[in-house]
Ligand binder design. Sequence first.
Ligand SMILES: *Cc1c(COP(=O)(O)O)cnc(C)c1O
Length: 359
Amino acid sequence: MSRVYNFSAGPACIPEDVLKQAQSEMLDWQGTGMSVMEMSHRGKAYMSIAEKAEADLREIMNVPDNYKVLFMQGGASTQFAAVPINLMGSNRKADYVLTGQWSKKAIAEAKRYGDVNVVATTADSKFTTVTEQSEWNLSNDAAYLHYTPNETIVGVEFPFLPETDVPLVADMSSSILSREIDVSKFGIIYAGAQKNIGCAGLTLVIVRDDLIGNCIDGMPAMLDYKIMADNDSMYNTPPTYSWYIAGLVFDRIKKNGGIKALEEINRRKAAKLYSAIDESGFYTNPVDVECRSLMNVPFILGDDALDGAFLEGAEKAGLTTLKGHRSVGGMRASIYNAMPESGVDALVDYMKDFEKNNA
Ligand SMILES: *Cc1c(COP(=O)(O)O)cnc(C)c1O
């Protein structure tokens, strides 16, 4: 067996000790004689797994008591619909910040249910920056403000927390658990699991109590936060295995110094990679320095005719999935929590060698 350093944007790498624990428990979870995959979600064994995962998440994110944690399905893309359905209320209007491909999709989905006011867009810059809030065109009757703290594709991250009187809704799919945040500043935080939490199939939704119970009539029960909350996310069969894996990840974070410790490592990893880019005469990153993402680092080679050779050599060095998104080109290294610092070191070494041999 040989493991690679996997820089995929998602599904992404998972901590190796989590995979090993899952492997060791695969056939027989703690003397039950069955895999977690085979358990009834209402049985005692699974309930203990589910409850511990939630308790650990609450602890590491310091989730206040007046918030529910929902374990949903359908990915962040389904939350693009669930948010307006549950929050838009009777005037059916919301504010959205447009900073990249994911907020664009969130906006397109919200428009199916009501009026969307785009408060600012950075399309002109090819989404390589974030507009200061003083320049936003906020409406005075929006039900909420939605933004994407980290745009995964271009690697642009908000350097500030938006200030608003209405509930703040954040798509944290690619940044949740990467740095300390104050949950009480948000109305809703949602995230697909396949980047920083665990494996695909699970969508985490952290929602303030007062935002539950206002779902538009006639919408699918599975998207109604109240139905989900009243049934402890078990209105139907939840994504049991993904929930279990998320629980293993939360437990590991808790035991390893919490999000604070992770944030330190993440800042170090990102600094190493951005320095390698900036100090080279060969690689560039298109994003405004203060908006650079901690998690997704695109970089362009001095000569794009060398992209193929770069990727091939990287693959041989055990550095994989570095090809950039088709809309940006070049490379993209996603360095989520589960990417060890040694992986970033190996990438930086490879980049230096490649430049020396090819530039
Ligand atoms: C990956 C991603 C999504 C899409 O997530 P799905 O779970 O595939 O629906 C949405 N928003 C952001 C910021 C992402 O990184």
